[in-house]
Design a binder for this molecule. Structure first.
Ligand SMILES: [Zn+2]
Length: 134
């Protein structure tokens, strides 16, 4: 279980750019890095094309996993958006979490986007501290 994840302002911006482009649909992607520090944001197409759920395009996901492996990085997290909230992991997120990584949820609350991290295991979410670094 991870207790924190370090993300740069630029990487947050990359996620937000992708999330805004996909509106009103949920957006998703992978976070690769090392030692709890994100080094690469990898947007993945939401195959579900839904405003309330996401399914990562399996082909793009596989390509991303290959890239992560061949660059000596680890899969640290999965991010996705909740265009209409909530700012926590949804029951679907809890049920469908398939990887032991940090689940980053970007929620739009009163027009402002905010990210929170969760570790999901056995259907339970525990908050992970997101450290925004330069
Ligand atoms: Zn969700």
């Amino acid at each position: 279980m991870k207790h924190k994840l370090q993300i740069s302002q630029n990487h947050c911006q990359e996620m937000l750019d992708h999330i805004r482009q996909q509106l009103p649909l949920e957006a998703c992607g992978l976070l690769a890095g090392k030692n709890d520090r994100v080094e690469r944001v990898m947007p993945i197409r939401n195959q579900a094309q839904s405003p309330v759920r996401f399914v990562m395009d399996p082909y793009q996901q596989l390509q991303a996993f290959d890239w992560i492996d061949s660059n000596g990085l680890e899969l640290l997290g999965i991010f996705h958006s909740h265009p209409e909230g909530p700012e926590t992991a949804s029951p679907t997120d809890l049920a469908e979490a398939a990887y032991e990584v940090v689940h980053l949820v970007w929620a739009r609350m009163q027009g402002a986007w905010r990210a929170r991290g969760f570790w999901i295991e056995n259907g339970t979410a525990t908050e992970v501290v997101l450290q925004i670094v330069d």
